[in-house]
Design a protein around this ligand. Structure first.
Ligand code: IMP
Length: 461
């Protein structure tokens, strides 16, 4: 379609309608390896929903939301907190670092945001990430890559070191887990910590001996003392959030489920073992909050206009050249949580077709489109080959993924700036063609293209 003049869009309908969402709840989920820009879309839509619920992950996720001139970095807090009058829920599937959450609660209160027992609800079934989980995460990573008898060179998972894996492992182990509900009875928690901490000390001691790190035993009573002031802030917010969300649903109110991390990092469906430890596809929204799948008719898949990855694991379209560096610099592709530089490359439509179907995407938002402006040509990976033979399924094994030779379709680039475009029709024709190619390949409509970090820098269909 030939472009119309930038900034001429005069749409005033609610965003929900402009995006063509069905009545009812919606899940927002990343379809790549994270950092797609979910926070911005959640933030834009939160105004039109009644509740925002996080369903997975922990402080390994992080997003920056820009409101006016203010930048908010949120790791655990749902983005709905930036809007008055919303219910914000941390569901049972989230793993909560109490120190991080308290610092976000207190920090946001100091910045004038309302965070109280009427707008922040924490699941009594959510698990706690404790300091020993972080220590275990870091030691486990170091231990895995230690030289061994076979002189194998191995790549670690490249975790964020935030204790996510060990916390979910304890959830599965059960006897060593601590849940938010445990903070409500500190006497009982003391007994629990005295059972758990010796087991953790034994694990950490053994790992430290193996890696050559110094081992400092944890003291159960000191841990409890550290937890007490945090519990004081958190306990008033702890409740049965599944029941709350069921009541919200029964009142015909709308819930926005906010996914952290992304579908390719899903423990079951992602690029195992280079994944995180939760169900971060849209499937996790249901186990992670207690709201069944049939009650969520909209799944908004968030896709970056190119591909990035941080941490270990293969990425078939990775560019180790000047174009990759340019994308990293223009797109500020450095982790919000760890500051690590992200690997950058062309958009991978084979991976996206897989994740769009696993997550059941009903609409797509293509983020950071402006970053690709002024590149002479744009490549899109449309096929995978291994040893010269086409691969017709997204590989289950990372070993196979590392052998992929991508097959590319090349489209002409588009000229910037595009940050003033407010509707897809205002984008340069080549940018529109790029979006159309993505949407046709995946069979899912592109309903929004983001052209800058601010809420209004969005070209909506
Ligand atoms: P963990 O979640 O800290 O255990 O890390 C496991 C893998 O997931 C590592 O490769 C991390 O870099 C990656 N990861 C976890 N959360 C995110 C995220 O929000 N964005 C991008 N990568 C992530």
């Amino acid at each position: 379609m030939p472009p119309t003049a930038p900034g001429t869009s005069t749409e005033t309908k609610p965003l929900i309608d402009r995006l063509g969402l069905k009545p009812g709840h919606a899940t927002i989920v990343g379809l790549q390896w994270g950092d797609e820009g979910k926070g911005k879309v959640v933030d834009m839509l939160a105004a039109e929903f009644d509740a925002v619920a996080r369903y997975n992950g922990g402080a390994n996720a992080g997003h920056t939301v820009v409101v006016g001139d203010q930048k908010y970095k949120l790791h655990l807090m749902p983005s709905g907190i930036l809007y008055p009058g919303k219910f914000n829920v941390l569901g049972n599937g989230v793993v909560i670092d109490p120190e991080q959450l308290v610092s976000e609660i207190v920090g946001n209160r100091e910045r004038g945001l309302k965070v109280d027992t009427t707008n922040l609800f924490i699941s009594n079934r959510a698990h706690l990430v404790l300091p020993y989980h972080k220590a275990q995460d870091q030691l486990q990573e170091a231990a895995y890559i230690m030289p061994n008898a076979l002189d194998q060179v191995v790549e670690g998972i490249g975790t964020t070191g935030r204790g996510i894996g060990p916390c979910y492992a304890d959830k599965a182990l059960r006897s060593t887990a601590v849940r938010m509900a445990d903070l409500q009875d500190l006497n009982e928690l003391r007994h629990k910590l005295h059972r758990i901490v010796p087991i953790k000390n034994a694990t950490l001691k053994a790992l430290s001996e193996y890696t050559g790190d110094t081992f400092e035993p944890i003291d159960a009573d000191a841990l409890l003392e550290w937890l007490k002031p945090l519990a004081e802030v958190l306990v008033p917010h702890i409740t049965n959030t599944a029941g709350l969300l069921h009541r919200v649903t029964a009142e015909d109110k709308r819930i926005l489920f906010e996914g952290a991390n992304a579908t390719l990092l899903d423990i079951d469906h992602g690029t195992y073992p280079y994944v995180t430890s939760s169900n971060c596809s849209s499937l996790g929204a249901h186990t992670g909050t207690g709201v069944p799948g049939h009650q969520v008719p909209n799944v908004i898949g968030i896709v970056k206009a190119y591909q990035t990855r941080v941490g270990g694991g293969p990425m078939p379209t990775q560019l180790d050249d000047a174009t990759g560096d340019r994308i990293r610099e223009v797109g500020h592709e450095y982790g919000t949580t760890t500051g690590r530089p992200r690997r950058c490359g062309w958009i991978d439509l084979v991976a996206l077709k897989y994740t769009a179907s696993v997550s059941g995407a009903t609409a797509l938002c293509v983020m950071l489109l402006d970053v690709l402006a002024d590149l002479p040509e744009l490549k899109l990976c449309t096929g995978y080959m291994i040893d010269g033979k086409p691969v017709d399924e997204f590989p289950a094994c990372s070993d196979d993924l590392s052998k992929i030779e991508p097959v590319y379709e090349t489209l002409p680039g588009f000229e910037g700036p595009v940050d003033q475009c407010r509707s897809i029709a205002e984008l340069p024709e080549n940018a529109q063609n790029y979006l159309k190619f993505i949407s046709d390949f995946l069979g899912v409509p592109v309903v929004l293209a983001s052209v800058g970090p601010k809420r209004d820098q969005s070209a909506v269909r």
